[in-house]
Design a protein around this ligand. Structure first.
Ligand SMILES: [Fe+2]
Length: 314
């Protein structure tokens, strides 16, 4: 299951379907649909290499093949683009390549995350910006990076108070394959001791297997989405969501300024995370790279790959 696009007023599951249909009718080429949706900003990640001018009807059936005479009719009989399952939750459009065999979306995300992450009401938020990087490693390495806290002192230069407070992070595996993770914010330890309101006093982190991470602060959210392009190449997208302007809110200009500052800082932090993959690319095939040594405190990385192995095996 992968999240493919943020839903605003102009982008819903239905509008994605309508956009698909409209583009098929107008242009008949899936590559054009891809480009059209990329501007919506919903993006479809699994369009095949339909680059030879083949035409499809609105159901995905192949109806036009240049130089058809050169193809075996049996190969073209009832040929169609593969279907995907699509659904909507939290303001996002999600797809599952398993199509009819897909687990229903809310069952896949699970009650814990639906309830907890649902409190932020992302469907009421607005998209501030999306930034993208092309990363020369597997998407799983990127998920690993966001599943780990251990690197923050060295890579992100967080202070000793941050590191000490993060030792009290609580993590849980929910629904067998997803994670929740709460990092106490060191500035609010006293408040946290009084009432365990994790939405206010902790950074709340949710991972929906296999490739969507929500990093929630009380006033804004980043969504990290590494999209596999090839076995060791990934398009990484980071989405910044904020709450919309209300006309009657005199404090909104202050909120906007704070979000601007947070986001500018976070783009630098995410950039540091991404830059490390240039190093991984240079070393990943080295004969000296034989094992990973992981902190005992953080089991999410181990569990993520265990789940991956279980799913592939089963
Ligand atoms: Fe990081």
């Amino acid at each position: 299951m992968a999240r493919v696009g943020y839903v605003d007023e102009s982008t819903t599951v239905e509008s994605v379907r309508v956009a698909f249909d409209r583009m098929r009718e107008k242009r008949g080429k899936v590559t054009n649909i891809y480009r059209a949706l990329a501007h919506k900003p919903a993006m479809v990640t699994t369009i095949g290499p339909f680059v030879a001018g083949w035409l499809f009807d609105t159901t995905g059936k192949v109806i036009g093949v240049p130089e058809r005479i050169d193809f075996d009719p049996e190969h073209l009989k009832d040929l169609r683009a593969p279907a995907v399952a699509a659904d909507e939750w939290g303001g996002w459009v999600w797809v599952n390549l398993a199509a009819e065999a897909a687990t229903p979306l809310t069952e896949w995300i699970g009650e814990d995350i639906i309830t907890d992450l649902g409190q932020y009401r992302m469907q009421d938020m607005v998209l501030k910006e999306v930034v993208e990087w092309d990363v020369p490693v597997s998407y799983k390495a990127v998920v690993d990076g966001f599943n780990e806290i251990y690197h923050t002192a060295e890579l992100h230069h967080v202070g000793p108070e941050w590191v000490r407070s993060a030792r009290d992070t609580t993590m849980a595996v929910v629904n067998d394959h997803n994670f929740t993770c709460y990092v106490p914010r060191h500035q609010y330890r006293d408040q946290l001791a009084e009432n365990w309101d994790h939405f206010k006093w902790a950074i709340c982190h949710y991972v929906v297997f296999p490739n969507t991470t929500f990093n929630c602060n009380p006033e804004h959210i980043q969504v990290f989405n590494p999209i596999p392009i090839d076995v060791d190449r990934t398009r990484f997208k980071c989405w910044e969501l904020v709450y919309p302007k209300r006309d009657d809110d005199p404090d909104y200009p202050d909120y906007e300024r704070r979000m601007e500052a947070h986001w500018a800082h976070l783009k630098e932090v995410v950039g540091e995370d991404i830059a490390i993959y240039q190093q991984l690319e240079r070393t990943k095939r080295s004969s000296g790279y034989t094992t990973n040594i992981l902190s005992k405190r953080e089991y999410k990385i181990f569990r993520y790959h265990e789940v991956m192995a279980e799913m592939l095996r089963d």
